[in-house]
Design a protein around this ligand. Structure first.
Ligand code: UDP
Length: 322
């Protein structure tokens, strides 16, 4: 039976991945310090055969070594999340991302374990020509703008993983995730979709940053975790960086309008200038669309859920666990 370590397993994506792995009959040991994750995310896993968890900081906890030694696969998801958290805590963002990945990779390579790193479309920086392909050049803003520290710290993680993969000791793969959404995602750190849903339910206003012409593509977390599992077990994906997400693009204003229409037609949409929402000089990405060709050819990946289905699913989940 495959035994997995999932760092960040109490987070939004980590908990869905854990449920998926248990559903495949695999064993999972979750490692999470609950800095942004929550044990509530793992309620459905409690008591399931093959599920254990450790609430601890795996960067400093020596027993993480044994957990990895006894596992077959390491899924490294623990990371700082969300633009707002990054702007509030830039030191924590950089240290969590770089030290965490260094630690997970060094232990996994010592034992030659399969390794998957979840990275982010932030690695593309402010590249403007869409769709984004894995081998594209990237452009970032200046180091005086904290926003870019997130993408650059995850790019360093990718470099490190790819460097480890050059020695045969580490069969690793990088999944670059684009705006993953779904049940249990919290609105606290940015995350526009759960935030708009919460704002609409509370009577508004929905806070659209800038003019709302900026667009994103939202993928259901169930599609994403299926892809992570496939990447982990596909030999041809070793040493590769692979975009995972949806390529169905929607502007943020259109998203706000659609949520207002569904949830609360009387809720107001309010435009907030970026400098008020974030900080003076904040730069946003106008468009962020993945080229999914590599994911399709390596693992046959295609997103299966439309944005409407995703929103229905989130609302349905909230009805059962408000
Ligand atoms: N956004 C918004 N209102 C909010 C939260 C976010 O208009 O209350 C915008 C944000 O400025 C960005 C987009 O929605 O243009 C997606 O933001 P999110 O934080 O979800 O993801 P990311 O910026 O990482 O793509």
């Amino acid at each position: 039976m495959t035994r997995n370590v999932v760092t960040g397993g109490a987070g939004f994506i980590g908990s869905h991945l854990t449920e998926f792995l248990l559903g495949c009959g695999e064993e999972v040991v979750v490692w999470d310090d609950l800095s942004t994750g929550s044990m509530k995310n793992l309620e459905a896993c409690m008591g399931k055969p093959g599920f254990t968890y450790v609430i601890s900081d795996f960067i400093s906890d020596p027993s993480f070594d044994n957990a990895v030694r006894d596992a077959d696969c390491v899924h490294h998801l623990a990371a700082a999340v969300g633009v707002e958290l990054i702007l509030r805590s830039p030191v924590r963002t950089i240290e969590t991302n770089i030290r965490g990945c260094e630690r997970a990779l060094s232990v996994a390579s010592r034992y030659g374990k399969r390794f998957l790193l979840t990275s982010t479309s932030e690695v593309y920086g402010k590249t403007s020509s869409v769709p984004f392909s894995e081998e594209d050049d990237v452009t970032y803003g200046p180091t005086s703008k904290h926003r870019w520290s997130y993408g650059i710290s995850k790019a360093v993680d990718e470099f490190l993983l790819l460097a480890y993969c050059d020695s045969p000791a580490l069969p690793g793969v990088v999944a670059r995730l684009f705006n993953t959404v779904g049940p249990r995602q919290v609105p606290y750190y940015g995350m526009v979709l759960p935030r708009f849903i919460q704002q609409a339910k509370r009577g508004g206003p929905l806070t659209v940053h800038g003019t709302g012409t900026q667009s994103r593509c939202f993928a259901h977390v169930s599609d994403v975790v299926r892809a992570l599992h496939a990447l982990m077990h596909t030999d041809a994906a070793r040493g590769q960086v692979v975009n995972i997400g949806s390529d169905e693009e929607i502007s943020i204003l259109a998203l706000a309008k659609s949520i207002v229409a569904r949830i609360n037609p009387s809720a107001e949409i309010r435009f907030i200038p970026y400098e008020e929402a974030f900080e003076p000089g904040f730069e946003d990405l106008e468009r962020r669309v993945p080229n999914l060709e590599k994911a399709r050819s390596l693992i046959g990946f295609a997103p299966s859920k439309s944005l409407d289905t995703i929103i229905d699913d989130i609302l349905e989940h909230q009805r059962h666990s408000p």
